[in-house]
Write a protein that binds this ligand. Structure first.
Ligand code: FES
Ligand SMILES: [Fe+2]
Length: 340
């Protein structure tokens, strides 16, 4: 089995977040997914267009070009591409001479959901994960910046499924109050295709934490569920005794094997009295703690079960890796069938 993400075609069939919707405008920009550079821009009538960031003529980066009248213009010799990638103008050609057929750009599947731009550089085989609270008016959604982490998406998903690092990595935020021992983990299907486990934790609740939890006690109880949606999406739901529900969707995109985009999205049913900026400051601080740790660990997390040692508390990550390998080995026909 080839464990390197960028060389395994299975990963090209997934949707990945590459930007917040508000960040993609009419000017072209570059993102990188699975080591492929992609140019993104927003077309005149609204949809985001994504295509390889390489001009078919002499391979100039189209992201350094311009968008004129909704068409992408290459910075090198001015070849011009319409929204569907069709080359509509080769300025050096005499009038009436059509662009050669191979001058057209292949465009990628791109869509927007949860305030984010999702890209699939192959044929999408699975839907974008569902968060039902998106359609619930008692919840508000808060988006956060897309960051670049110098770590593998495999290490990120593994980390977000793991609660045993809380009392070590997260002592600066909420982890100090937590028992290091973890009760027996029972995995089960959660709602909407998420798979994972439910548990209770005590969270240290000083300063920033109290803004997020809506409580002032020094330590608060959280009932939680954490689960995954393949390949690298992780969701943690936090339920406080007050009725406050705080959902965190953690999204990791492989830029290459050992570099990733990370963003998270919050949904919460609070009274909106705390500003979005204040709410996310706590979770951003927690994310920075994870980033600091993960960037110290080199390479891709081995996906086989023998290269690294796991214990009962790692059960969810072990199951995620088992299912990820199954997912990677699905024949392409199965991937397409499920997509339909
Ligand atoms: S390289 Fe793009 S037009 Fe020549
Ligand atoms: Fe963490």
């Amino acid at each position: 089995m080839n464990e390197i993400l960028c060389q395994n075609d299975a990963f090209t069939s997934a949707w990945y977040v590459v930007a917040r919707s508000i960040e993609v405008g009419a000017a072209p920009s570059k993102v990188t997914v699975l080591a492929r550079d992609v140019v993104l821009y927003r077309s005149a009538d609204g949809p985001v267009v994504a295509a390889p960031d390489r001009c078919p003529h002499r391979e100039a980066p189209l992201s350094l070009g311009t968008v004129q009248a909704g068409c992408l213009v290459c910075p090198y010799h001015g070849w011009t591409f319409g929204e569907d990638g069709k080359c509509i103008d080769v300025p050096s050609s005499s009038e009436g001479v059509p662009p050669p057929p191979r001058a057209h750009l292949q465009t990628y599947h791109v869509t927007e959901q949860y305030g984010l731009v999702w890209l699939c550089i192959g044929e999408p085989a699975d839907p974008i994960p569902t968060i039902v609270q998106e359609a619930d008016a008692t919840f508000r959604r808060i988006n956060t910046p897309v960051e670049v982490w110098a770590t593998s998406a495999t290490r990120m998903a593994d980390n977000f499924l793991d609660i045993t690092h809380f009392p070590y990595v997260h002592v600066g935020t909420f982890g100090r109050a937590q028992d290091t021992r973890v009760p027996k983990i029972e995995l089960k299907p959660l709602d909407e295709g998420w798979y994972g486990y439910e548990y209770e934790v005590l969270a240290n609740n000083s300063d920033l934490g109290s803004l997020a939890s809506g409580q002032t006690a020094g330590v608060v109880e959280r009932a939680m569920s954490t689960g995954f949606n393949l390949p690298f999406n992780v969701r943690s739901n936090i339920y406080y005794g007050t009725g406050l529900t705080h959902i965190i969707l953690m999204l990791s995109t492989p830029i290459d094997d050992v570099t990733s985009y990370f963003t998270f999205v919050i949904w919460r049913n609070d009274d909106f009295s705390v500003s979005a900026e204040e709410v996310i400051r706590f979770d951003l601080a927690i994310g920075a703690e994870d980033k600091r740790m993960l960037e110290l660990v080199p390479g891709v997390l081995p996906l086989d079960q023998t290269s690294v040692v796991s214990v009962q508390a790692d059960k969810c990550s072990v199951e995620w890796r088992r299912r990820l390998i199954e997912w990677m080995n699905r024949p392409p026909a199965v991937r397409l069938e499920r997509a339909g």
